[in-house]
Design a protein around this ligand. Structure first.
Ligand SMILES: Nc1ncnc2c1ncn2[C@@H]1O[C@H](COP(=O)(O)OP(=O)(O)O)[C@@H](O)[C@H]1O
Ligand SMILES: [Mg+2]
Length: 261
């Protein structure tokens, strides 16, 4: 059985896609079989993994509309053991269409339920909103990773996010616990970086797992997507690569604990 993990935060630009792409690639390099599901109409994970999003007809959108099974949409990437369900702008109309169907929050989960696969991990790259695409991602996942950008407004909106997760748990009876909080774009040498880290610790430290690995600001992480390859392949030595490899090790060290499933 795959472990399904949604990468979640309704803030844009906090490193969700960068994490989906590079954590997946790092796990694939550690001999895990990994699938990324791109749930964002912007299709950044699709592009970042070298897939031309504009000529895909079988996408996450066609899964949500029931036209394709997951199996029919999977595309291999250039990274061995790493596949993707692509997305493109077609998905932007999906929220409205989904809202007219019965059980609109559970469509992705139902599509995944019948999916017999041999993936160790399935990561869902979630769009920056708390709409139906995000709710579908929470319902479908076993747990969530929340990337938090080390900036002044880091925790703004967090209460809304946690409330959405709570609603999914109580109303839809589909709990998706936090696998970990991930500090991104983080610089421990700055006062701001340390302040944000302490705030996150205060907010979550008692109850939730905060990953020991933090992701530094590293320009290579921002450059790699334009080459259509994960940073961990684009530059094997840089600090961003090292960080995502460490995060992969942390995830692997949690295997078999069963506490986040
Ligand atoms: N650790 C990092 N260092 C430098 N640039 C980063 C880092 N993480 C993300 N970026 C860049 O910041 C922008 C937003 O990141 P992205 O992963 O797309 O965020 P999200 O998916 O949450 O909107 C992108 O241009 C990305 O390349
Ligand atoms: Mg994104």
């Amino acid at each position: 059985m795959s472990e399904i993990i949604a990468i979640l935060n309704q803030k844009g630009g906090c490193g969700k896609t960068t994490t989906a792409v590079n954590l997946s690639a790092a796990l694939a390099q550690s001999d895990r079989k990994v699938l990324v599901i791109d749930m964002d109409p912007q299709g950044n994970a699709t592009t970042g993994l070298g897939i031309n999003k504009n000529n895909q007809t079988n996408t996450i959108y066609s899964i949500l509309t029931g036209d394709n099974s997951i199996m029919e949409t999977i595309v291999e990437t250039s990274v061995p053991q790493l596949d993707i369900v692509p997305s493109n702008i077609d998905l932007s109309g999906a929220e409205l269409e989904l809202s007219k169907t019965i059980g609109p929050h559970s469509i992705l989960k139902e599509a995944l339920d019948g999916f017999v696969d041999n993936y160790d991990y399935i990561f869902i790259d979630v769009p920056p909103s708390l709409g139906l695409l995000t709710l579908n991602s929470i319902v479908a996942s076993d747990s969530v990773i929340i990337p938090i950008q080390a900036e002044f407004y880091a925790l703004e909106g967090m209460a809304d996010l946690l409330q959405a997760m709570e609603l999914v748990k109580s109303r839809l009876n589909s709990p998706s616990p936090i696998k970990g909080i991930l500090l991104t774009l983080y610089d421990s040498r700055t006062r701001l970086g340390r302040d944000v880290y302490n705030n996150v610790k205060q907010y979550f430290g008692e109850t939730e797992n905060i990953f020991k690995t933090t992701i530094p600001r590293n320009v290579k992480l921002a450059e790699a997507p334009s080459h259509g390859i994960p940073c961990i392949i684009y530059d094997e030595e840089c600090s961003g690569t090292e960080a995502y490899q460490n995060l992969a090790k942390e995830i692997i060290s949690m295997e078999g604990q069963g506490d986040n499933k």
